[in-house]
Write a protein that binds this ligand. Sequence first.
Ligand SMILES: Nc1ncnc2c1ncn2[C@@H]1O[C@H](COP(=O)(O)OP(=O)(O)O)[C@@H](O)[C@H]1O
Ligand SMILES: [Mg+2]
Length: 375
Amino acid sequence: MPNAPVIGTTRPAEVVARENGLTIGNARKLFATPEGGVVKALDGVSLQIRDGEFFVMLGPSGCGKTTLLRAIAGLEVLDSGEIYLGRDRIDSLPAYARPVNTVFQSYALFPHLTVAQNIAFGLQMERLPKPEIAARVEEMMALVRLDGLGGRLPSQLSGGQQQRVALARALAKRPRVLLLDEPLAALDLKLRRGMQDELRRLQRTTGVTFVFVTHDQEEALSLGDRIAVFSNGVPVQVGTAEEIYEQPVNRFVADFIGESNFLAAEINDDGDFRVADGPWRELSEPVLPAMDGTVTLAVRPERLVVDGTAPELVRGALAEVVYMGTDLRIRVSLADGTSLAIRVSPPFEQLHLTPGAEVVVGAEPSHLHPLAGER
Ligand SMILES: Nc1ncnc2c1ncn2[C@@H]1O[C@H](COP(=O)(O)OP(=O)(O)O)[C@@H](O)[C@H]1O
Ligand SMILES: [Mg+2]
C-alpha cells in the first residue's frame, strides 16, 4: 500500500516549506515542572531534513531530542510551530495518519507474538491482503537478516536481534520517515558498532529518510550524512561530520564533539594574536576581539605539534605523556596554569620527551579557530 494519505495542506506564508523533505519551522514546546517552573524543551527549532538523508540529532540528555521526535511522530503536540512533509503540513494530523514510524530504545516488541507476527502487526492493522503481508514480512526479515527466525518469540532472541525485529516492523509499513530514538543505547559497544553499519546499510538500501537521535558524539559522526547539534532546545549547528568537527561554531560544539583546547589569545592593533608570551602571529580568519582585546581560539589536540613541524604558538612544561598505542597523549602546562592536551600519531621514536622539560607547542594557522562571541 502507498503511504497513508496526507491531509491539511494549508501553508502559512511565513513558512517556506520545501518541495521535498521534512521541514520543521520554529517548533516550541514548554513543559511545566512539578516544582511549578517551566522547561523550554523546544525553544524555536527550525530544520530542513532532506529526502533520503541519514539525519542525526545529537545533544546531551535533556536538550529536547525526544520531544522533537515525538512531535514529528504525532505523540506530542507543539505549543507553536509547523511540521511539513514535502508540501504537506502534518503537525495537525493524528499520529496514525502520518507517514512516519518510530523505533524506540526499548524495542517495544509484543512479547507474546512471534517475530513474523510482530512484523506483520502494523500491516494487518492497515488491512493489507494476506499474501501481501506474507510477502512483505519475508522481505523485511531478509532485509534485516533474520531469515528463518520468523517463528521465534522475542524472548528467544538476543538484544541485537530484537532491535532488528523492531526495525523490520517499523520499515514494513514503508514510512517516508523513520524516527529512531537512541535505538542502540541498550547494546554493548561491539554490538552497537555492528548495528551502526547495519543501520547505514538499511538506510541506503531502502532510501527512507532516517532521523536518528543520540547523545553519543562518536555514533553521530559515524552515522550522519548531516548532524544537528542541540543545546537547550535548539540546534546550534547543522552540518556534515567534517564541518562540525573542523569548524565548530561555538565553545559548546567544540567541547561536546571530540576534544578541544581553548586558548585565550591577545589581539593587537594589526589584528595579530599571541598566546601567553608566545610569538605574535597572523590570524587565518578575521576576528572581532572582545572589549579587552582578547579572543578564544579552539584547537584540536591532534592539531598541536611538539616536534617543530608547525609554527610556534606557545612554550610550556611537559607535564604528562601517556602511551595509548595508536597515539601519544601529552599534557603541557603553560605559565598561567592552563594545560594543553596534545595527541601525537606514530612514529614516536624521534620525540625525546622528558617530563618537566620545556616544549615548543606549534600549530598551523588554519587549525586555530577563533570562537565567535567569546573572549
Ligand atoms: N512530559 C514531560 N513533562 C515535563 N517535562 C518534560 C516532559 N518531557 C520532557 N520534559 C523535559 O523537557 C526537556 C527535554 O526532554 P527530552 O526531549 O526528553 O530530552 P532528550 O531526549 O534530549 O534527553 C527535559 O528537561 C525534560 O525533563
Ligand atoms: Mg531522549
